[in-house]
Design a protein around this ligand. Structure first.
Ligand code: ADP
Ligand code: ADP
Ligand code: ZN
Length: 208
């Protein structure tokens, strides 16, 4: 799943993974999990994430490759938020060379004005990581997760200054991946504006 911050990657990745019954991983969730457990990796990641810049490739690649190794042989997997640089994409191609690389990169396209609305209202469950939105996807009870009844939080990097920086980083470091996968003939673009259900249908069609 490829796309700018707030495109709905996390929301849709969860739905697709449930639908196709494959494991899914979000590199951002992995980093936040390390931070919650206060591991050394978590402390390194926090120093970058709080400012909206990317965690260095070396650290990120090692972490995601570990996850992939533990999750191969299960009929596929879905990556959300990784790769995010050309260096990460090349490392992934190399690691999956024997199985022909990834099947598809799905680019979820959403204009920036819509992204700002989405990010500024985003709420995340501190326990199960389900994404909500104050207006577009509100929980049944204010600030409480529907699934596990835990408190919902706003992410530090969803504050205005960090949002601005993340858009800039996306343009410079991640957007080039669209061309990278296009050249390989692996890119599918999906319009990410509309209801969560409608976009889910578009994504499943693109994957079919
Ligand atoms: P978004 O909602 O912006 O897509 P994520 O939860 O995917 O956010 O990522 C949050 C932050 O975690 C990023 O701004 C970055 O600091 C770090 N991060 C996540 N994935 C990667 C990655 N593949 N490479 C480098 N840094 C990453
Ligand atoms: P990403 O992982 O790409 O950063 P998220 O899945 O976290 O994006 O979505 C960002 C915010 O937008 C969340 O608050 C989510 O509830 C909300 N959202 C997701 N999809 C839609 C949609 N189709 N319309 C409106 N809001 C959405
Ligand atoms: Zn929850």
């Amino acid at each position: 799943m490829l796309g700018p911050p707030g495109a709905g990657k996390g929301t849709q990745a969860t739905l697709i993974a449930e639908n196709l019954k494959i494991p899914q991983i979000s590199s951002g969730d992995l980093f936040r999990d390390h931070q919650d457990r206060d591991t050394e990796l978590g402390r390194v990641a926090r120093s970058y994430m709080k400012d909206g810049v990317l965690v260095p490739d070396k650290v990120t690649i090692t972490m995601v490759m570990d996850w992939i190794e533990q999750n191969t042989g299960v009929g596929g997997f879905l990556l959300d938020g990784f790769p995010r640089t050309i260096g990460q994409a090349k490392a992934l191609d190399q690691a999956l060379a024997n199985s022909g690389g990834i099947d598809l990169a799905i680019y979820v396209n959403v204009p920036e004005t819509e992204l700002i609305h989405r990010l500024s209202g985003r709420l995340v469950c501190s326990k199960c990581k389900t994404q909500y939105h104050t207006i577009f996807a509100p929980p049944s009870e204010p600030c409480i997760c529907d699934k596990c009844m835990t408190e919902l939080n706003q992410r530090d990097d969803d504050k205005p200054e960090a949002i601005k920086k993340r858009f800039q980083v996306y343009q410079e470091e991640t957007a080039p991946l669209i061309g990278y996968y296009q050249v390989l003939g692996r890119l599918r673009e999906v319009n990410g504006v509309g209801s969560i259900e409608k976009i889910g249908e578009r994504l499943l069609r693109a994957l079919d």
